[in-house]
Design a protein around this ligand. Structure first.
Ligand code: Z5A
Length: 224
């Protein structure tokens, strides 16, 4: 396949740290697009296809049934985590995202490759050049618009505290990991102002929803 990365104007991603409110804001995003008569495909990462969802479960280690005897003695390496997330993404892009874009739909993804740069790159310390290579070779696609829901790490974690009885592998990380992730997202937004819109996620759910809808409306106008 070609190694060039296509930035697609009908592909939109939501990014941010834990508890930033992406899943909540995605409804406003869908509504803003549907009101204008567009077909919208909502999806998420890691995941979005049956196989990619199984890879997600492996990566986040949430599904007890996937565990074998002695698994607790074999921590997943950062490198394996990166490759798992890209294996899921390679499936997702080919099975869901590209076909939807090709038939003219908008695709809205709760997280995409920016999360790999932030979590596996800035969080785990893996080389961003390796991530860029995987992005070029295995994905080849980038959102035209990325909404970064930016929130203080502690505030985000407080929102999700007590939600899960057993936090997943990433939720179990310490605050300094999430501070590096947040800084990574913010650096990417500054580096690519034409693609990113940063939204203050400390506002009320309604205000965040309105900011998301406004950002999308402006984006659509700029593309008309
Ligand atoms: N990951 C990775 O490492 N590498 C990658 O390449 C990719 C992902 C793609 C996915 O898990 C994990 O995978 C993620 C990164 C990693 N781990 N972390 N952290 P996930 O999808 O389960 O986790 P998440 O994306 O962080 O989801 P989340 O914690 O549910 O956050 P959210 O979707 O942004 O938030 P929410 O569910 O909309 O809201 C959380 C709570 O806050 C909920 O009770 C809401 O009612 C409340 N909320 C929402 N908005 C507000 C506002 N505005 N004010 C007050 N309260 C609010």
């Amino acid at each position: 396949m070609s190694e060039a990365i296509l930035t697609h104007p009908r592909f939109i991603s939501l990014e941010g740290g834990e508890g930033a409110g992406k899943s909540t804001a995605i409804a406003s995003l869908r509504e803003a697009l549907q009101q204008r008569g567009h077909e919208v495909v909502l999806t998420r990462e890691p995941g979005g296809t049956p196989l990619a969802e199984r890879i997600r479960a492996l990566m986040l280690d949430k599904r007890e049934s996937l565990r074998g005897e002695g698994d607790e003695d074999e921590p997943l390496s950062a490198e394996a985590e990166l490759l798992l997330v890209f294996a899921a993404r390679a499936q997702h892009v080919r099975q869901v995202i590209r076909p939807a874009l090709q038939r003219g739909a908008f695709v809205v993804s709760d997280r995409f490759t920016d999360s790999s740069y932030a979590y596996q790159g800035d969080g785990r310390g893996l080389d961003p050049a390796w991530i860029a290579e995987l992005e070029r070779r295995a994905v080849g696609l980038r959102p035209g618009l990325t909404l970064l829901l930016d929130l203080d790490v502690r505030e985000g974690r407080a929102r999700t505290a007590g939600r899960d009885l057993w936090p997943d592998r990433i939720e179990s990380e310490q605050d300094d990991f999430f501070e590096r992730v947040r800084a990574g997202f913010r650096r990417r937004a500054i580096a690519e102002p034409q693609r990113f819109r940063v939204i203050d996620a400390s506002l009320s759910p309604q205000a965040v929803g309105e900011a998301v809808a406004t950002a999308v409306a402006q984006w659509l106008e700029s593309q008309a």
